[in-house]
Design a protein around this ligand. Structure first.
Ligand code: 5GP
Length: 183
């Protein structure tokens, strides 16, 4: 029987990556899709692990060939999910998780309407502002742009099937894991 696709989304800086890392340890039977991006790897990131790091021409070819399930542009870089590995895992009965932004989640809703859409929410807007400001890898301008986007993304919570509040990473990971593997 095909497995269910779960889409985890939420504002930038809410901690999606950290929650997904904890979830992997809890439910190793879940396959987490590896996105493609044209942004440069950050220190410690490895091609094929955090992302497939592609140049713009390669990414453009995948779009033209209809290979992207969804994609979006953030601050000059493209991010997207390849369709084929997702469909192959689902067909093989492997519960599959996408960690993507809101715009991408809306595209997936269009093509995989029976997916489960989970919104990861911050405990409060203030907490999200602190988290974004603490990220040391980007300029103040980049952080401000992320914050403006996050405010818009917070308003999208109502579009989702489920909301998990990221008060505590381990608890949030358990909550998302239960949704991912639910029959
Ligand atoms: P970062 O550069 O910090 O790794 O990610 C920037 C943003 O891109 C995050 O909000 C993340 O959720 C989003 N993102 C990562 N992978 C994908 C993807 O495959 N598709 C879309 N639409 N967004 C993604």
């Amino acid at each position: 029987m095909p497995a269910r696709l779960t889409v985890l989304s939420g504002p930038s800086g809410v901690g999606k990556g950290t929650v997904v890392a904890a979830l992997r340890a809890l439910v190793p039977q879940v396959w987490v899709s590896v996105s493609c991006t044209t942004r440069a790897p950050r220190p410690g990131e490895t091609h094929g692990v955090e992302y497939h790091f592609l140049d713009r021409a390669e990414f453009g070819r995948l779009i033209e060939a209809g290979e992207m399930l969804e994609y979006d542009e953030h601050f000059g870089n493209l991010y997207g999910t390849m369709r084929r590995p997702v469909l192959e895992h689902l067909a093989a009965g492997v519960p599959t998780l996408l960690e993507i932004d809101l715009h991408g989640a809306r595209q997936v809703r269009g093509s995989v309407p029976d997916a489960r859409f989970v919104f990861l929410a911050p405990p409060s807007t203030d907490e999200l502002v602190h988290r974004l400001a603490r990220r040391g890898t980007e300029s103040a301008q980049a952080v401000a742009a992320r914050l403006a986007r996050a405010e818009m993304e917070l308003a999208a919570e109502a579009e989702f099937d489920d909301v998990v509040v990221n008060n505590d990473v381990e608890q949030a990971a358990r909550d998302v894991a239960a949704l991912v593997i639910a029959p």
